[in-house]
Design a protein around this ligand. Structure first.
Ligand code: ADP
Ligand code: MG
Length: 323
């Protein structure tokens, strides 16, 4: 029996969603193989909480916990922290130092993919299209007219390091640009202004386990809001997620091949979701989520279910890959 620390929480606006994801993972780990411990990571507070609500502090010297007389050293970490420090590499660097394997991408891949601007630059070198953009910070804030020369209007303004569409705006006029940049600056010190890509939003889940790659059926996301904002993401009925997406066979193959290709090029691990925008002519890479949502209502679990893969099987494959 292996002891698995399912880590959740984190230090971003995605805390609550991560706690839900963590609970789903802990509940669906194969009980004949794994003993799951749900660990909460929030700032310097790291603790295991048992079913009765008792808390046990994590010993950060070796990432162990002591329950009664028993000291538990984990065989692996199942990473369910969306956003920092789980998805941007910080916590993963610590786990590397503790020599504890984890389900998600390496520290370096996580750090790069979480930085939207760096990630797009790398994806572009591999021949996949990305939206024109300009990265702003306090020390680099050109005139609004200059920014629009690069991106045109409408434009998307977003925190460079973020998620769940928090602080993201669609800007249609020059006057709206500065307030949108200020809003995004509340979330991050760097802000990305991007050309608007009009098309269909497609999510492509990929998982490699023991050298075998699975590309899940693709999903079209149709938001009832202007774009796939926070409300559309987390309010029942505010978006339609169509799995498998209705596209012709050639396009489907192209999207899946691009997802598989980028997974290998970027050096991903575990299950990740690539988000693309499909225009009549091209496929644009939007972003990659290295710790995507894992509730039964989330995109990858639904894609897996369509293939007949249960949550238990999905999590089994994810863990088998590392221990
Ligand atoms: N350049 C763009 N063109 C069109 N839509 C965009 C663009 N950038 C973002 N969006 C919309 O905003 C949403 C959130 O943007 P995204 O870059 O995925 O940030 P997050 O990491 O917060 O999910 C996307 O799902 C999409 O609906
Ligand atoms: Mg997104």
């Amino acid at each position: 029996m292996k002891s698995i620390a399912v880590v959740c929480g984190g230090d971003s606006g995605e805390y609550e969603i991560s706690v839900k994801s963590g609970n789903v993972v802990a509940k669906h780990l194969n009980p004949t193989r794994y003993k799951a411990y749900l660990l909460f990571i929030s700032g310097r507070e790291w603790y295991y909480q048992d079913g009765d609500g008792n808390r046990f502090q994590v010993d950060k010297n070796d990432f162990s916990i002591s329950v009664g007389n028993e000291k538990i050293i984990f065989d692996a970490v199942f990473n369910a922290i969306h956003g920092t420090p789980g998805e941007d590499g910080k916590f993963l660097g610590y786990l590397d130092m503790m020599k504890i394997p984890y389900t998600s991408c390496s520290m370096a891949t996580s750090a790069i993919t979480f930085h939207k601007d760096y990630c797009k630059r790398i994806v572009k070198t591999h021949g996949v299209k990305v939206a024109e953009s300009i990265l702003l910070s306090k020390n680099h804030l050109p005139a609004m007219e200059e920014i629009i020369k690069t991106t045109g209007l409408p434009a998307f303004v977003k925190p460079n390091n973020g998620g769940s569409s928090v602080g993201v705006s669609k800007v249609k006029t020059l006057d709206e640009l500065l307030p949108a940049i200020e809003k995004a600056m509340h979330e991050d010190t760097e802000v990305l202004v991007e050309a608007f890509i009009g098309g269909r939003e497609i999510g492509c889940g990929v998982l490699e386990s023991k050298g075998r790659m699975i590309v899940f059926p693709i999903t079209e996301i149709v938001s009832k809001k202007e774009f796939f904002d926070y409300e559309a993401k987390y309010t029942e009925g505010m978006s339609d997620e169509i799995t498998p997406a209705v596209v012709d066979e050639e396009t489907e193959t192209y999207i899946k091949a691009t997802g598989a290709y980028l997974y290998q090029r970027i050096g991903c691990k575990g299950f990740v979701r690539f988000d693309f925008i499909l225009t009549p002519k091209d496929l644009f890479f939007l972003e990659v989520n290295t710790v995507p949502g894992i509730s039964p209502a989330s995109i990858i679990p639904k894609q897996a279910a369509f293939m007949g893969i249960s949550l238990e099987q999905l999590f089994d494959m994810t863990l088998e890959n590392i221990i």
